[in-house]
Design a binder for this molecule. Structure first.
Ligand code: F6R
Length: 249
């Protein structure tokens, strides 16, 4: 873990994240691969990437994008399926130039999830690994959907979402908890740690305790994000609320 920065607002966080993304894609030796997250944290980043694409200064054309996770059990056309969300945010010339065929999302609805997970891992390997992985942070310390208790050696797998995670995500389902899936397929912690660079974004007071545990707590499965302390190249981009208990060391 080598950089923790606190910003005034999500737009400033996005500008810093986009700087990192541009540098990582430019430095990639082969054809670049960007790891993408969903949820609200990366929203301003994707907005800025679209704005830069509109003005002709940025493109994901020729870049591969690898999703962190995907819900299991949502209808194919559901607006909150992460493939659908990422398409809406990034795919096409009208957005960031990312090509549909270059967006890779775990097949969470596979009849045989174990084979699908192995296939997804193989896809990442075939792409040459992830150059930069964007992450959000769960209030319970999860990254991807690796909930507390997940082993550090976990690779892509099907997981059960904690009730607190489902409650937090109900806002994407019109507040209706019963609509939030119970299962998801996620990159494992070992998979995430193999990204050459990681940029984690956390915004809001509800993330403050998880930020503190991630940065200054013991490396423990109780806070899955604490494993990032073992990664050599992580930028943690926070707003003041998410950083608000860091001073209380
Ligand atoms: C999303 C993901 C999750 C979220 C986390 C924070 O792909 O893997 O780990 O990043 O739940 O969500 P938000 O950003 O909505 O607060």
């Amino acid at each position: 873990m080598n950089l923790v920065d606190v910003f005034a607002d999500p737009a400033a966080i996005a500008a810093a994240a986009v700087d990192r993304i541009e540098a990582a894609l430019a430095a990639a030796e082969a054809s670049p691969t960007l790891g993408v997250a969903t949820g609200s944290s990366p929203g301003a980043v994707y907005e800025l990437l679209r704005a830069k694409h509109r003005e002709g200064t940025f493109s994901l054309d020729g870049v591969s994008a690898v999703a962190l996770d995907e819900y299991r059990g949502l209808p194919a056309a559901h607006e909150q399926r992460y493939r659908t969300v990422l398409r809406r945010e990034l795919v096409g010339a009208a957005r960031t130039g990312l090509r549909e065929e270059d967006l890779h999302v775990p097949d969470a609805d596979a009849v045989d999830p174990e084979t699908a997970a192995v296939h997804f891992e193989g896809r990442i390997t075939a792409l040459g690994g992830v150059d930069l992985q964007l992450l959000g942070l769960g209030a319970n310390g999860h990254i991807g959907f690796n909930e507390p208790g997940t082993g550090f050696d976990a690779r892509t797998h099907l997981t059960t979402l904690e009730d607190s995670t489902r409650r937090a995500n109900a806002r994407f389902f019109h507040g209706d908890l019963s609509q939030v899936p119970q299962y998801a397929m996620t990159q494992g912690l070992a998979t995430i740690l193999e990204a050459r660079e990681i940029v984690l974004i956390a915004v809001g007071a509800e993330k403050a305790e998880a930020v503190r545990a991630m940065l200054h707590g013991p490396v423990t499965a109780d806070c899955p994000a604490s494993v990032l302390q073992r990664h050599p190249r992580v930028s943690v981009l926070l707003d003041e609320a998410a950083a608000s208990v860091l001073d209380e060391q």
